[in-house]
Design a protein around this ligand. Structure first.
Ligand code: ZN
Length: 426
């Protein structure tokens, strides 16, 4: 309950009210059905057939954004040409972004992403049917529905709704988007990657529709040897911005869907489109169902050995997908309303007091200082709030605590807590 306590105390902004309630299970289902109807959305599939393939799917996603949001978003389509192990011929790759510009700090950006492309058992088979209902029509539907319910509201920061491609061939669309963010000089506050978010029954029959997993890296993907050494000596291995983003999201969950934080970058031996962001130094997490159906993933649709293979709609749970979407909407609204988390530093060697200092961030009216014991998983105690950027805590031995700082806007919207430890800065 520690996490819930901290969230209630921390995230009190008005931005959290209402929009999550607008999420429509029926609209999510219709979008998954529409994507499956493209036959295949393989990255190497046809790009000029109006009914089948990745090109038609991309055109549909863009039209969906325009229908929901009109002039409230700007559509941008970064593209590149890729080749690689799973891309034998040079292939045009394109992401579809809907950008909802922030009213006060448009360069501060929160990204929600899902991948449009699908695959079969053979990763190079670009012609056979490949429904990809859960992987990742579910994530794409979530992105489009999040845009629909949020795009006519106003937030201080920018929200980017991203439908990416090339994930199954090697995370190309995520990389393209991370490169685009850098080229635009965006300050990326958070990336919410949604990949396989629409089933509640596993391949062994295990059912769980009351949890979603949120994956985050520990040590940063862009850590230098110097940072790794500083963390080895002073801590911070469990306090990357991605990890604190995970803690923040867990605090936004409601009783219908709890967050199971998974403190590893992704599922064992696997990857996703949040990884290129973490490698570029941006805070990012992956949302995935509590229980995966491995018979559905990366499989041709068929029956064999008593198993029902293939990523088809009948294996999905749209009420569950709606719950995951609501959590994403709450997180997007909270993050877009809040200031950037401040980069903070702890001083306390060989003394009986602790000094914390941080750089001021735009849009912050105040700051909350938090602490936890070094073996505690989540933030335990709000020590104080202040409008300044330095505090001295007498009688507090810094060796025995981890500290963090959250920035708070005038409306009460609070940022994630950034750890005042090596590598903790967002
Ligand atoms: Zn996927």
């Amino acid at each position: 309950m520690r996490t819930a306590f901290y969230a209630l105390a921390l995230v009190a902004g008005p931005a959290l009210a209402a929009p999550a309630d607008d999420v429509s299970e029926a609209r999510l289902k219709a979008r998954v059905e529409r994507q499956v109807a493209f036959g295949t959305r393989h990255t190497l599939s046809t790009q000029d057939d109006p009914k089948r393939g990745i090109g038609a799917a991309r055109t549909w996603a863009e039209a969906d954004f325009r229908e929901s949001c009109g002039d409230a978003v700007t559509i941008v389509k970064p593209e590149t040409v890729i080749t690689g192990k799973r891309v034998p011929q040079p292939t045009r790759l394109m992401d579809v972004l809907a950008i909802q510009r922030g009213t006060e700090r448009p360069d501060e950006v929160v990204i929600v992403e899902g991948h449009l492309d699908s695959r079969r058992s053979d990763p190079l088979d670009a012609t056979g049917d490949s429904p990809g209902a859960n992987d990742d029509a579910s994530g794409t539907a979530l992105v489009l529905e999040s845009a629909r319910v949020l795009c006519h509201r106003h937030f201080a920061g920018t929200i980017v709704y991203a439908v990416v491609s090339g994930e199954e061939q090697g995370l190309y669309g995520g990389k393209l988007l991370a490169d685009y963010a850098r080229a635009q000089h965006w300050t990326v506050k958070a990336v919410l990657n949604n990949d396989i978010v629409g089933n509640s029954r596993g391949s062994d029959g295990l059912v769980d529709h009351t949890h979603v997993r949120v994956f985050s890296e520990g040590p940063r993907g862009n850590a230098t040897p110097a940072l790794a050494e500083a963390q080895r000596l002073n801590g911070g291995e469990n306090d990357s911005p991605s990890r604190n983003l995970s803690r923040y999201i867990a605090g936004l969950a409601d009783p219908a869907l709890a967050v199971r934080q998974i403190w590893r970058a992704d599922r064992m031996g696997r990857g996703g489109d949040h990884l290129p962001f973490e490698e570029a130094g941006y805070p990012a997490v992956r949302f995935t169902v509590a229980v995966e159906n491995y018979d559905a993933q990366h499989q041709d649709v068929r029956k064999a050995d008593g198993h029902d293979y293939g990523d088809t709609i009948d294996k999905m749970d749209f009420a569950y997908l709606a719950k995951v979407t609501r959590l994403n909407v709450r997180a997007l609204a909270a993050l877009a309303a809040a200031p950037l988390a401040p980069t903070a530093d702890t001083k306390g060697a060989v003394q009986t007091f602790t000094t914390l200092s941080w750089k001021p961030v735009p849009g912050a009216e105040g700051y909350a200082v938090w602490r936890r014991r070094t073996d505690a998983p989540g933030w335990e105690e709000k020590v104080l709030t202040t409008s300044g950027t330095t505090v001295r805590l007498d009688g507090v031995r810094a060796d025995d605590w981890f500290f963090g700082v959250s920035a708070i806007a005038a409306d009460g919207s609070a940022s994630p807590i950034a750890s005042a430890l090596p590598g903790g800065g967002f």
